[in-house]
Design a protein around this ligand. Structure first.
Ligand SMILES: [Zn+2]
Length: 408
C-alpha cells in the first residue's frame, strides 16, 4: 500500500500525555476502553452487543485492570490512509441521517446505519491507533483494546459488523514507522479486510485461523491466498472444518505461529482475539475452549517477546456469548499481557451480578472457572475428532505452501 496522510510527513506521531496511570513500561498492559466504546451499537437485536462491555470490563476490573486509554475518534486523514474518502464521506452521511438506500455495504442486515455511526466507528479506530502509538513510543510493551478488532472492513465497504478497519490501521501505523508487522487473527471468521488492505506489502505477515469460508462468512481465507507480488508467502490462512475443537485449533496454532514468526522476524505483533470460535458461540461451528484461547494468547505473548522486543497490540473481535464466553476470553488476553496466571475461579460477586441477565439472554449458567473442561463439556463426536486431525494436516500443508512461496 502507499502511505498517505499524517504519518508520512515527519510530524510528531501523536500528542503526548494521552497515556495515564502508567507504572513501568512492561508492568501493566494499556487497556483501551472509555465512554465512546459502548456507542458502537447497531441496536438491541444485533448480535454484536455493547452488553459485552458491561460483563467484560467489570471482570477485567475485578482482576485489577484499570482502563487507561479512552478512545477518541481518529481523524479523516488517518482513516483515509486505508479507506476511500468517498466511503468515509458516506459513513458520515449515514451517521447524520441513518436511513436511505444501502451504499458502501451500509444498510439493512449485518452493518445497518445508526445515528453517530461515524464518530463511534472512528473512535474504535482511534483507540487502536493511539494504543499502537503508545507501543511505538515505548510507553508500554503491551496494549489491549477489547472493542477493537473490526477486521472485515474494506477500503470502500463496511462488512460483517465492521465499519472502519482498526487492526489494519494499527498495522499501517506501525508500517509508517518502518516496522515489520505480524498480524495474528484468532477470530472464527477470516480476517479478510486486514489481509486485503495489506495484500501486497511484504512487510506485513497476516496469519488467520478460522472456520473455512466454504461454511462461514465471509467465504474467503483459503490456503492458496498467499499475498500479491513480492508479498507472496506473507499471507497465511488456516481454514478449519466445522466441528474442529481445541485440540485441532490450538495444535494448528502451535505448529505454525512460532515457525512463521521465525521465518518473518516481526518487529511488532498485532493480534485479534475474537471469542466466536468458542463451542458456545451462536454464530459459528468450532468447538474451541477458553483454555485454548488463553494458551493462544500466551503463545502470542511469547512470540512478541522472542521476536518483536515485546511490542504487542491485542484487540478483541467477534464473540456473541456475552456472559459465558467473552468476559473470560478478554480476561485471559489481559492476564497473558500481564504475565499472570488465571485465578482458579471467577469472583463469585461478579457471577452473581450478571446471573439474572445471563439467564434472560439464554446464556447461563455462567461458568465457575476461567478454563473450560475439554470441548467445553460438550461430547466430542467422531466428526469433531476427524476435524481435529484435519486441522493438523492443514497446518502442515500450509507451512509447506508458505515455505515454497519463497523468502519473505
Ligand atoms: Zn508479554
Amino acid at each position: 500500500m502507499v502511505l498517505r496522510g499524517p504519518w508520512a510527513t515527519g510530524q510528531p506521531p501523536c500528542p503526548a500525555g494521552i497515556v495515564t496511570a502508567m507504572a513501568s513500561p512492561d508492568a501493566i498492559p494499556l487497556l483501551v476502553y472509555g465512554p465512546r466504546s459502548t456507542a458502537y451499537d447497531f441496536g438491541p437485536a444485533h448480535p454484536l452487543t455493547p452488553r459485552r462491555f458491561g460483563t467484560g470490563i467489570s471482570l477485567l476490573e475485578e482482576l485489577g485492570a484499570v482502563p487507561n486509554l479512552a478512545p477518541e475518534p481518529a481523524t479523516d486523514e488517518e482513516l483515509q490512509t486505508i479507506h476511500d474518502p468517498a466511503y468515509v464521506a458516506a459513513v458520515r452521511e449515514f451517521s447524520e441521517h441513518p436511513f436511505g438506500p444501502p451504499r458502501f455495504g451500509v444498510g439493512p442486515g449485518d452493518t445497518p446505519p445508526f445515528a453517530g455511526m461515524h464518530e463511534a466507528s472512528a473512535a474504535v479506530a482511534g483507540g487502536s491507533l493511539r494504543a499502537v502509538e503508545a507501543i511505538l513510543r515505548g510507553d508500554v510493551l503491551h496494549a489491549f483494546h477489547p472493542g477493537g478488532g473490526l477486521h472485515h472492513a474494506m477500503p470502500a465497504r463496511a462488512s460483517g459488523f465492521c465499519v472502519y478497519d482498526d487492526p489494519a490501521l494499527a498495522v499501517a501505523r506501525a508500517r509508517a514507522d518502518g516496522l515489520r508487522v505480524l498480524y495474528v487473527d484468532l477470530d472464527v471468521h477470516h480476517g479478510d479486510g486486514v489481509q486485503a488492505i495489506h495484500w501486497s506489502d511484504p512487510g506485513v505477515m497476516t496469519a488467520s485461523i478460522h472456520e473455512t469460508g466454504a461454511a462461514l462468512f465471509p467465504g474467503s481465507g483459503f490456503a492458496d491466498e498467499l499475498g500479491g507480488g513480492a508479498a507472496r508467502g506473507t499471507k497465511v490462512n488456516l481454514p478449519l472444518d466445522p466441528g474442529t475443537g481445541e485440540r485441532g485449533w490450538l495444535g494448528a496454532l502451535e505448529m505454525t505461529l512460532p515457525r512463521l514468526a521465525e521465518r518473518f522476524r516481526p518487529e511488532i505483533v498485532v493480534s485479534q482475539h475474537g471469542a466466536d470460535s468458542h463451542a458456545f458461540d451462536p454464530l459459528a461451528h468450532l468447538l474451541v475452549t477458553t483454555t485454548a484461547m488463553g494458551a493462544a494468547a500466551r503463545l502470542v505473548d511469547t512470540i512478541a517477546h522472542t521476536w518483536a522486543g515485546g511490542r504487542w497490540l491485542a484487540t478483541g473481535g467477534g464473540g456473541y456469548d456475552a456472559y459465558r464466553v467473552v468476559p473470560r476470553a478478554w480476561a485471559l488476553v489481559w492476564l497473558a499481557q500481564s504475565h499472570r496466571e488465571a485465578p482458579d475461579s471467577l469472583p463469585s460477586s461478579w457471577r452473581e451480578r450478571w446471573a439474572a441477565d445471563a439467564e434472560r439472554h439464554g446464556q447461563s449458567p455462567i461458568p465457575v472457572t476461567f478454563s473450560d473442561p475439554p470441548n467445553a463439556g460438550l461430547r466430542a463426536d467422531a466428526m469433531s475428532a476427524r476435524a481435529d486431525e484435519r486441522a493438523l494436516e492443514i497446518a502442515r500443508s500450509v507451512l509447506e505452501l508458505v515455505e515454497r512461496a519463497g523468502p519473505t
